[in-house]
Design a binder for this molecule. Structure first.
Ligand code: FRU
Length: 522
C-alpha cells in the first residue's frame, strides 16, 4: 500500500471506529440513561455527599472521578435541585490537594455563622469530608485518613479549603477513619458529627464546626459486621404522629449487606448528649434478626439524609448510591457509571413490635404524573396480563397495587419484553418473603456477581392483604412494601425496554386497587 492509500485507510478506519464508539454511546444513552434518577453526564460516581439545603435549593455532592469510568482519585461532583426530583449537574466542587483525595463527607448551612466563616453578612455552607492520603497509603502507614473542612459563601458553588486549620480531626491511629456526617443537634443546640472508625461509629460535638470534641463510640458487637463500617448518619427524629423523640443511626457497611455486598443498616435509640444507647425493644429485634436494613435490595449504598431546615427540624430526606461495590465498576455503561436512588422521605414509626424506619418516595414525584389509570376489583384466576406497552412506558412509571385474599403460595409480578428479558418480583407467601428476582433481566455479560439472583426480605408472617408500590426507570426498580416498611432496590440492564406487565400465582386472589401513574420529566 502506498503512503496515500495507507493514510486514507487509516482515516477511514478511524472514522468507522469513531462512529462505532459514537453509536455505542448513543445506544447506551437511549437504553440505559435514567429518566429521573440522577446520573453524572460523564464518568464515575459513587456515594452521595455534602447534602444541604439553602435558599430554596437542595445540594447534592457526590464522590466523583472526572477522568475515567471506574473508581479513581476522588473529587466532589455537584448537582442541585429545587424539588428533590429533577437534578442539574454543576461544576466540580472539591479537588484533591496536598492532604489527599476528597473522600465522602457532609455539609451544613451555617445560618447563625457559628463557624465565623461567613462574609459580609452571608452565611457560609461548611463541608466536612475525609482526606485520604495516597502517599501514606502506598507507604503502608496507618494514619491515611483525617477530616478536612471547606466553606462556601456563594451557596455551595465554589469552595475554599480551610487551610489554616486542616485537618480539623486528625487520625487517632485507626486505618479506616472516614465519612464524617454533620447535623444540627436541635436538642442540645450544637453541631453533632458521626464518622466511621473501622467497625464502629464515633460521635463528636462542636459549637463552631471547626473544633470537635470526641464523645463516644458505638457498635461493638451490635448489628451487622460483615465488612468495614462506612458513611454513617446520626440525627433525632419524632415518632410519627407523636412528640416522642428517638435518635437514629444509619450505618453502611461493605461487604455484609442484607443480600450480599454493600448495604445500609439502621439503629434506633436514645442519646444523652454523650452516649447512644439502643432502645430496648429495638435491641430485642436485633437479637433475633441481627440487623435492621434501610433497604434489603442489593442496590442502595451509602444512603444519607438531608437534615431538617429550622422550620422542618424533624423532616429527613434520604438518598443512596444505586449500585453495589460487588459490581459497580463493571456495570455495562461506558460514558458514565453510577446512579442514585430516588429521594425518599424517612419516617420513624412505632407499632406493637416496636420502632422502625419506613421510607417512601419523595412526595414531589407526584408533580411529574402525566396520566393515571385506576382499576378496581380485579379477580385474578391464577394469572393475568395487567398492562402492555401501548398503555404505558415502563421506563418512567410509578405503579401501586393492593392484593387481598392471599393464601400460602407465590404472587409474582412479571415485567418482560420481546427479547426474552424478565424481571420477577412480589410476595412468596409460603416463605413469607418479599423478593426481586433479576436473574433473567440482564444483557450484561462478564460480571457474574451482577447476575446474582436479586434480593429478598423476610416479612412478619403470612400476608392476607399487601400493598406494593414500585418505581421503574430504564435500569432500576424500587419496590416498597406496605408504605415503605420493607424496601428492595435493584438495578438491571435489559436488551430492550420492558413492554408487558403480568401477574402469576398458583392461587386465585383479588387486586383491590391498581394505580398506574405514567411519569414524565420533559
Ligand atoms: C463508600 C466509600 C467511603 C469512602 C468513599 C471513597 O462507598 O468507600 O467509605 O469515603 O467510598 O470513594
Amino acid at each position: 500500500m502506498n503512503t496515500k492509500k495507507l493514510l486514507l485507510y487509516g482515516l477511514a478506519s478511524l472514522y468507522f471506529t469513531g462512529n462505532a464508539v459514537a453509536q455505542e454511546a448513543k445506544n447506551e444513552e437511549t437504553l440505559y440513561r435514567s429518566n429521573y434518577h440522577f446520573t453524572p453526564k460523564n464518568n464515575w460516581m459513587n456515594d452521595p455527599n455534602g447534602l444541604f439545603y439553602a435558599e430554596g435549593v437542595y445540594h447534592l455532592y457526590f464522590q466523583y472521578w472526572p477522568y475515567g469510568n471506574t473508581w479513581g482519585p476522588m473529587h466532589w461532583g455537584h448537582a442541585t435541585s429545587k424539588d428533590l426530583v429533577k437534578w442539574e449537574e454543576q461544576p466540580i466542587a472539591l479537588y484533591p490537594d496536598r492532604f489527599g483525595y476528597i473522600f465522602s463527607g457532609s455539609a451544613a448551612y451555617d445560618t447563625q455563622n457559628s463557624s465565623l466563616l461567613g462574609q459580609n453578612g452571608k452565611a457560609p455552607a461548611v463541608a466536612i469530608f475525609t482526606y485520604h492520603d495516597p502517599v501514606k497509603e502506598k507507604a503502608g502507614k496507618i494514619d491515611v485518613e483525617s477530616q478536612g473542612l471547606a466553606y462556601s459563601i456563594d451557596n455551595g458553588q465554589t469552595w475554599t479549603k480551610y487551610d489554616e486549620g486542616n485537618p480539623i480531626i486528625k487520625n487517632p491511629g485507626i486505618r479506616d477513619f472516614r465519612d464524617p456526617k454533620v447535623n444540627r443537634d436541635w436538642i442540645n443546640n450544637r453541631w453533632i458529627l458521626v464518622l466511621a472508625a473501622q467497625d464502629k461509629a464515633q460521635f463528636y460535638a462542636s459549637e463552631n464546626l471547626k473544633d470537635w470534641k470526641y464523645l463516644s463510640d458505638f457498635g461493638l458487637g451490635v448489628g451487622a459486621h460483615g465488612g468495614v463500617w462506612e458513611c454513617p448518619d446520626f440525627f433525632p427524629l419524632k415518632v410519627k404522629g407523636t412528640n416522642e423523640i428517638k435518635w437514629v443511626l444509619l450505618q453502611s457497611l461493605n461487604p455484609g449487606g442484607a443480600n450480599g455486598g454493600s448495604g445500609t443498616q439502621y439503629f434506633i435509640g436514645d442519646f444523652d448528649g454523650k452516649h447512644f444507647t439502643l432502645d430496648k425493644t429495638f435491641a430485642q429485634t436485633l437479637s433475633t434478626e441481627k440487623a435492621a436494613w434501610l433497604d434489603y435490595g442489593r442496590d442502595n449504598y451509602a444512603a444519607v439524609t438531608w437534615g431538617g431546615t429550622p422550620d422542618e427540624q424533624y423532616k429527613r430526606y434520604l438518598i443512596g448510591w444505586m449500585t453495589n461495590w460487588d459490581y459497580a465498576n463493571v456495570v455495562p455503561t461506558q460514558t458514565w457509571r453510577g446512579a442514585n436512588t430516588v429521594v425518599r422521605e424517612l419516617e420513624l414509626v412505632k407499632d406493637n413490635q416496636g420502632y422502625k424506619i419506613t421510607t417512601i418516595p419523595v412526595k414531589n414525584l407526584e408533580n411529574y404524573i402525566v396520566n393515571t389509570e385506576v382499576q378496581k376489583k380485579i379477580s385474578v384466576k391464577k394469572s393475568a396480563d395487567i398492562l402492555t406497552k401501548n398503555k404505558i412506558d415502563f421506563t418512567k412509571a410509578d405503579i401501586s397495587l393492593t392484593m387481598s385474599q392471599l393464601k400460602k403460595g407465590m404472587y409474582t409480578l412479571v415485567l418482560s419484553n420481546e427479547d426474552g428479558d424478565e424481571l420477577r418480583f412480589g410476595i412468596d407467601n409460603t416463605k413469607e418473603e418479599l423478593f426481586v428476582d433479576r436473574s433473567k433481566s440482564s444483557n450484561a455479560t462478564g460480571f457474574h456477581k451482577f447476575t446474582a439472583w436479586g434480593s429478598k426480605a423476610k416479612l412478619e408472617g403470612l400476608q392476607k392483604k399487601t400493598k406494593l408500590r414500585f418505581l421503574l426507570d430504564k435500569t432500576s426498580i424500587e419496590l416498597f412494601y406496605n408504605d415503605g416498611q420493607k424496601v428492595l432496590t435493584e438495578i438491571f440492564y435489559t436488551k430492550s425496554p420492558f413492554t408487558r406487565l403480568s401477574i402469576e400465582s398458583n392461587q386465585n386472589f383479588e387486586i383491590d386497587n391498581l394505580t398506574i401513574n405514567q411519569l414524565d420529566f420533559k
